[in-house]
Design a protein around this ligand. Structure first.
Ligand SMILES: Cc1cc2nc3c(=O)[nH]c(=O)nc-3n(C[C@H](O)[C@H](O)[C@H](O)COP(=O)(O)OP(=O)(O)OC[C@H]3O[C@@H](n4cnc5c(N)ncnc54)[C@H](O)[C@@H]3O)c2cc1C
Length: 454
């Protein structure tokens, strides 16, 4: 991909989110009072969380995903005086990235899940606190959790994404619950991966539907990679079946040449890709997916709805106005991630509004940058901006393992205060090969090491 192509793709793909890249109007530094789960003012219980007394400036990091784990570790390393607490609602880790490989039997579940929050915290000298965040008192610098309140000097929120089912025409809570439980998207929580793994294992033929949403959804290549992995199982088991990829976008959103080649050369009669087919509704009982013109039957499915920032961002009153983000992302400074007008509270990872790829490598490299920035701010120094890097491998062939990849950087326009596109050194590697197949596994091991080991 040359620079012009990469810029065009960036603008096309990140288009909706790009508007959100301009961060301006402050939400008020002392802003939100206490926001509760309902979004209305919540009453803090006043009970303190059971934590050791802070031995230095307390940095609380919410979310033990790629972003939060990286920031907790490296902020402590950059500024050892920080007293770091990682608040995570889950008590078991399992990564979203690499889960597609599990469906095709290329890795086992241990590869994804044999990583401990406790070990990460012990190895890197911070505290893992297993609790759910329910509110925030920015004026009083208190985070409210299911296990009591935590005072902070600096707060990073990295809660990831939520699905936006309304955008695919599924609105009432009963229909959303039925769809989510029956045909999970597999892009938020490990329990979805376990369901999809079972579906793929038990698939006996017919149509397996994989949808691709519009907007800046989490991991652009992942739904296409998943289509390839499920198709490889259909091929291996010689089933009379196919993967129907219903794509809301007019073109494959990234690594087009590599995915088209895989679809045509490896899975000719097994993958059917239909572009410009946004989902407008799903009838779970009848196993029918609706688009503007068709009602398409399927036998099993992974229905990937549009994404938005985690609902936590909205509940805490940190959401950017619709003119800046149509995915309900946080209202933060374009370069330094602090909530507009508030140098104590930061939002990172897939809840950010910048039009970066919502991916693990982006969150990890961004996490290193945010850690340095927090260390600078805690010492009264000027932070320095650095762009995250998006390196992303996609396995397209299972036997033998072969992958394609992208390596992208980003440009910042100071006059506009916007991230304007991919940087000149952005490259895609679209000719699948075995070396990249191996590198896909090595990349994931490297990210686990960087998050969990000392
Ligand atoms: C199928 C699939 C394939 C992918 N493939 C790739 C790939 O090949 N390469 C790549 O780079 N990326 C890939 N990704 C994307 C990558 O996994 C994510 O973009 C990245 O992990 C986002 O990190 P995050 O920290 O922002 O969010 P997450 O990793 O989702 O972490 C958010 C954390 O916050 C916690 N949390 C949320 N709310 C609360 C609360 N109220 N209180 C306490 N804790 C809370 C959650 O439990 C979660 O642990 C893939 C993702 C999927 C699903």
């Amino acid at each position: 991909m040359n620079h012009d192509q990469s810029r065009r793709n960036f603008l096309k793909l990140g288009g909706a989110a790009l508007a959100a890249g301009t961060v301006g109007a402050a939400a008020g530094a002392t802003g939100a009072a206490i926001a509760g789960p309902s979004g209305s003012a919540a009453v803090a219980s006043g009970a303190k969380a059971s934590l050791p007394k802070a031995k230095g400036p307390r940095l609380v990091v919410v979310g033990g995903g790629t972003s939060g784990l990286t920031i907790a570790k490296y902020a402590k390393r950059e500024y050892p005086k920080f007293d770091v607490v990682l608040v995570e609602k889950r008590d078991m880790y399992s990564s979203c990235f690499s889960s597609n490989l599990w469906y095709a039997g290329l890795i086992n579940l241990e590869f994804l899940a044999d990583h401990s929050f406790l070990d990460a915290a012990k190895n890197n000298d911070y505290i893992y606190f297993n609790a759910t965040v329910t509110g925030l008192d920015r004026a009083g610098r208190k985070l409210i959790t299911s296990e009591g309140e935590i005072d902070y000097d600096f707060l990073v929120l990295a809660p990831g994404i939520s699905y936006d089912y309304e955008k695919i025409g599924v609105k009432d809570p009963e229909a959303v619950a039925a769809l989510r439980q029956t045909y999970p998207g597999g892009f938020v929580s490990p329990t979805e991966h376990v369901s999809i793994h079972r579906k793929v294992r038990e698939f006996e033929g017919g149509v397996f539907l994989q949808t691709v949403p519009s907007g800046n959804y989490r991991c652009l290549p992942a739904p296409y990679e998943r289509a390839c992995m499920i198709a490889s199982v259909i091929k291996r088991n010689k089933l009379k079946g196919k993967v129907l990829v219903l794509d809301a976008n007019p073109e494959i959103t990234i690594k087009q040449a590599g995915f088209h080649a895989a679809f045509d050369e490896l899975y000719k009669d097994i993958i059917e890709w239909r572009p410009s087919s946004p989902v407008t509704g799903v009838d779970v009982g009848k196993k029918l997916v609706h688009t503007e013109f068709d009602a398409i039957p399927f036998d099993d499915a992974a229905i990937y709805a549009n994404v938005r920032a985690s609902t936590l961002i909205e509940k805490l009153g940190l959401m950017a106005p619709p003119s800046k983000s149509n995915q309900k992302e946080a209202n933060v400074d374009t370069r330094f991630y602090n909530v507009a007008g508030d140098l104590r509270v930061y939002v990172t990872g897939d809840s950010r509004p910048q039009p970066y790829s919502k991916s693990a490598n982006t969150s990890n490299t961004e996490g290193h940058h945010v850690a340095r920035m927090l260390a600078a701010r805690a010492q009264g120094k000027e932070p320095v901006w650095a762009a995250p890097r998006t390196i992303c491998y996609s396995m397209v062939n299972a036997a033998p393992m072969e992958a394609i990849s992208v390596d992208a950087g980003y440009d910042y326009d100071a006059a506009k205060d916007e991230i304007t596109g991919f940087s000149k050194d952005t490259r895609t590697f679209e000719k699948r090969d075995a070396a990249r197949g191996q590198a896909t596994l090595e990349w994931a091991r490297g990210i686990y090491r960087d998050m969990f080991e000392a």
